[in-house]
Design a protein around this ligand. Structure first.
Ligand SMILES: Cc1ncc(COP(=O)(O)O)c(C=O)c1O
Length: 458
């Protein structure tokens, strides 16, 4: 059972929270050298509260409670969360939704889902190998393969699981995976599952990758390079042509996780290839998720037919997992059609992102390397300050999440703004002005520790 937290726990927690700035507190302690390791007591081996990291979580929560910060995570939205939302009866400007083109709830998208429910119910009932296909699976796979001009496509029930299972199935021990240092967790987990060597290179730096390839490519059999389209924490994009050149020269496969690029990058939102003016066929594997622009749930791999056939018959996350719920597949396919038919949505998103970025820069806010499209961070540095700023903005009607270590590197905590085509220019102007005002108040006011001491009469 969880013990109720005592004031002493809270003070200790605050000290830990402040000195470690949440970030370092999250780091797992290094295990003691083998010879000095104490024997594991049976009691704690069965105690979930002793899970590594759980105690840190509790400490962080106690510290936040002590300072009076609300929990910014797991908020319950009482409506479709797009550019606006409602939480506990209050209206908010919302910057915590992946619904980049405002397609969640679009009549064509909801209508397609409804029709699929009427025809097939809500479940595929078992793995597609066992329970068979539904037309909406095949329609979506054909539409995605046509989008990238690939032979074939396979859809899976989660974007995260798609990377894990596809990468896990494609490579093995004598192989190697080169990935951007800021690559998504699902790619790293897939690489670990595969048993292949994993080597990361500096973010968006083809020269760093080239050095790695020069030094190590010859040690391995197959090699996979994985990059993202639009990076989900920084909102920047790689130079695709440079990576294509390297993958050719060093005989590697190139995989692009375009989870945040589809619907966002390029004039029509086709993705990273359109943004960079590169032929989609120069990339071996296009991966993406259905949960962002396509306002559904799931992931896909588009590529050569041998790869897709192989994944459909061997990837555990496909073979041993239920087929995608038919209405989700139908919704994603309808969303892709709307996206392709209405490039003005992509243009609106671009205008909104650029407006946000320009205003943020004018106010002296640190937006890092963001291109000003769907993802715009305001980099704060200090985790406690980022969480506090998010809390203050929430109190002023703006819902935006703080991102802290380990999701981003130490000392680069931030507020991450997801833009949509549906935000209005007035909303954006007001939001940026409020962020600047609250951040400046935070920076010029008493430090958080001073405020706390004052509150406690110390
Ligand atoms: C780059 C990237 N890849 C994969 C995923 C996993 O996708 P999903 O959330 O749809 O499971 C995400 C999630 O945000 C992501 O940002």
């Amino acid at each position: 059972m969880t013990q109720p937290s005592r004031p002493q726990d809270g003070r200790a927690a605050l000290a830990s929270f402040v000195t470690n700035r949440l970030g370092r507190a999250n780091a797992r302690p290094s295990p003691a050298p083998a010879e000095t390791r104490a024997p594991v007591a049976n009691e704690s081996a069965q105690d979930f509260e002793k899970l590594t990291g759980y105690r840190e979580l509790r400490l962080q929560r106690s510290a936040a409670d002590l300072i009076g910060l609300g929990n910014p995570f797991f908020r319950v939205h009482e409506t479709r969360a797009g550019a606006q939302t409602r939480i506990e009866g209050q209206a908010y400007s919302n910057y915590s939704s992946y619904d980049y083109l405002g397609l969640n709830g679009h009549p064509a998208v909801s209508g397609a889902a409804r029709k699929a429910i009427e025809a097939f119910g809500t479940s595929a009932s078992a793995s597609r190998i066992v329970a068979g296909e539904r037309p909406s699976h095949l329609k979506l796979e054909r539409a995605l393969a046509a989008h990238y001009g690939t032979d074939a496509c396979v859809i899976m029930v989660s974007g995260h699981a798609t990377n894990v299972t596809a990468i896990g199935a494609m490579l093995e021990a004598p192989d190697v995976i080169f990935h951007d240092a800021l690559i998504h967790n699902s790619v790293v987990t897939g690489a670990q599952l595969s048993g292949a060597q994993r080597r990361s290179f500096a973010h968006n730096d083809p020269a760093a990758l080239e050095k790695l390839l020069e030094a190590t490519r010859h040690e391995h059999r197959r090699a996979l390079i994985v990059i993202e389209g639009l990076y989900s924490m920084d909102g920047d994009a790689p130079d695709l042509a440079a990576f294509v050149e390297l993958k050719r020269r060093y005989e590697c496969w190139l995989m692009v996780d375009d989870a945040h690029g589809l619907g966002v990058l390029g004039r029509t939102g086709a993705g990273l290839h359109e943004h960079c003016g590169v032929d989609a066929a120069d990339v071996d594997i296009w991966m993406g998720t259905l949960s962002k622009t396509l306002s559904s749930c799931g992931g896909y791999i588009c590529g050569p037919s041998a790869l897709i056939e192989y994944l459909k018959c061997t990837a555990g996350g496909f073979v041993y997992s239920v087929g995608m719920s038919p209405p989700l597949a139908a919704a994603a396919e309808a969303a892709l059609s709307v996206m392709q038919a209405e490039p003005e949505r992509v243009e609106r998103l671009r205008r909104n992102g650029h407006q946000f970025l320009a205003l943020a820069k004018k106010h002296g806010l640190n937006t890092g390397s963001s291109l000003g499209l769907a993802v715009i961070p305001i980099i704060i540095g200090d985790s406690l300050k980022a969480v506090t700023l998010s809390d203050r903005l929430f109190k002023r009607g703006i819902n935006v999440q703080p991102i802290i270590h380990p999701a981003v590197p130490e000392r680069s905590s931030r507020l991450r703004f997801f833009m949509t085509s549906e935000h209005t220019p007035e909303q954006i102007a007001q939001t940026v002005a409020t962020v600047a005002e609250e951040l400046s108040a935070l920076e010029t006011g008493a430090t958080l520790i001073e405020q706390l001491m004052a509150r406690r009469g110390a």
